[in-house]
Design a protein around this ligand. Structure first.
Ligand SMILES: [Zn+2]
Length: 427
């Protein structure tokens, strides 16, 4: 990873990685160390005439124990091992342990093996969970409500967390992308140390779909420390000195990473002024269509706070209302993430009376006339009826401003008349 890219990543970290759980509770920085394989699962292995049998499960445990010993000397860290002996914890139990202990970082150590016997592949590489597996990740986060720690800003935007609402799902996706950013940073630091300190060959940091990372609700990396079927690598990773050097490189990366996180949470953006409200309100225009949808229609992709406004026979569906730029931008992102790729923010002057025409409420549209004994007709006996293209439209009231129409709409809702649409009549 080039240093420009690397500092770019740090910028991401500083911008987005504002809240780690350990910040709120002042708890120790918890690192889960996962020695790959173990027990009957030997992992990658190879026999050499001079150095003997090199087995992944032994190499990974050797490195992890050395790394853990270094971290344990530092009182800032709490270390959790998925195994400390030659046994095999399932991948799921490794992940569950990490999630339940609300770890800040998950480090899995492995040994590589290239498919060919030519043994030309050499060096280290670090994997992070790419965004492709977010769904599995999200399912876990949804199931384990307590592993979710949204940061302060997200909490404002998604105040009411409901695991089944699309908004919460989007909030979780934002959280997952933060884990990816953070994982790329720690992965980059590890590989950088391998190259600079240990003079190893690095194959870089890669995004992959790996089972042991996929379910983790924290920044996580899987380090391939060398190729078992490459003689130089196999020799290096099987010696005490090689394992110690690898452990030190990972240790230094964890310490640097923690510094970045601490620096970020301890300097609460003093230069950033309190956001001032804008003069205008902003709503996100999702789509403009001749189709009339009820609030629950799948076409609205589960988004709540929808305001449809009818104009010239078209229904314009707006999402959210705010006079804060940051919320407007978040709402726009929410809409795009929900699938409204062409959505845009539209500015509304508050309490602006229409120069000509008026707002009214479309209470009903349908092929059949309303029965005079129906609840709607009894509640609103003075509705105006129009017929266009074989459809009867019933409208009620005349309002000067959008806000007045919205209030009238709310009043009707309290009387049980729902799914009315505000219509802008320009005549
Ligand atoms: Zn492995």
């Amino acid at each position: 990873m080039t240093s420009f890219k690397f500092y770019n990543k740090i910028f991401f970290l500083l911008t987005f990685f504002i809240g780690l759980s350990h910040y709120y509770s002042q708890k120790k920085f918890t690192v889960v160390l996962d020695a790959g394989h173990g027990g009957s699962d030997i992992g990658a292995n190879r026999n050499y005439p001079d150095i003997g049998s090199v087995q992944e499960k032994n190499v990974t445990l050797g490195i992890v124990l050395k790394l853990g010993r270094m971290l344990e000397k530092n009182k800032d860290y709490k270390i959790i091992y998925t195994r400390k002996i030659d046994e095999y914890p399932s991948l799921t139990s490794r992940t569950t342990l990490a999630n339940r202990s609300k770890a800040d970082l998950f480090i899995s150590v492995h040994v590589n093996s290239s498919p060919s016997r030519s043994a030309t592949a050499q060096g280290t590489e670090t994997f992070v969970q790419g965004p492709n597996q977010n769904k599995a990740n999200l399912d876990v986060a949804k199931a384990e409500n307590d592993v979710i720690f949204l940061d302060e800003k997200d909490k404002e935007n998604f105040a009411s967390y409901n695991p089944n609402s699309p908004e919460s799902l989007i909030a979780l996706k934002i959280q997952q992308s933060k884990y990816l950013e953070a994982s790329l940073i720690i992965g980059g630091l590890v590989e950088e140390n391998f190259v600079k300190k240990d003079k190893r060959m690095s194959r870089g940091v890669k995004q992959e779909n790996l089972h042991v990372l996929r379910m983790n609700a924290m920044p996580s990396i899987l380090i391939e420390t060398g190729f078992v079927n490459n003689y130089d690598d196999a020799h290096y990773i099987s010696t005490e000195e090689g394992q110690q050097a690898i452990a030190e490189s990972i240790y230094n990366a964890i310490v640097s990473y923690k510094k970045l996180v601490d620096r970020n949470v301890k300097e609460p953006e003093p230069e950033k002024p309190v956001e001032q409200p804008l003069k205008n309100d902003f709503r996100i225009l999702l789509m403009s269509t001749p189709n009339k949808y009820t609030n629950e229609d799948p076409a609205l992709k589960g988004l709540k706070y929808i305001l449809p406004i009818k104009e010239n026979g078209f229904y314009k569906y707006y999402y959210g209302t705010t006079n804060y730029a940051s919320v407007r931008d978040t709402n726009l992102k929410t809409a795009k993430d929900a699938g409204f790729r062409n959505s845009m923010a539209i500015s509304f002057v508050p309490n602006q009376a229409l120069g000509m025409g008026y707002y009214t409420l479309e209470v009903y549209a349908g092929k059949d006339k309303l029965d005079s004994r129906s609840t709607i007709m009894k509640t609103l006996p003075d509705m105006v009826r129009n017929k266009e293209n074989g459809i009867f439209y019933y409208t009620s009231g005349k309002y000067r401003t959008l806000e007045e129409a919205v209030n009238a709409q709310k009043e009707l809702e309290s009387k049980g008349i729902t799914n009315t649409v505000i219509e802008k009549k320009l005549k």
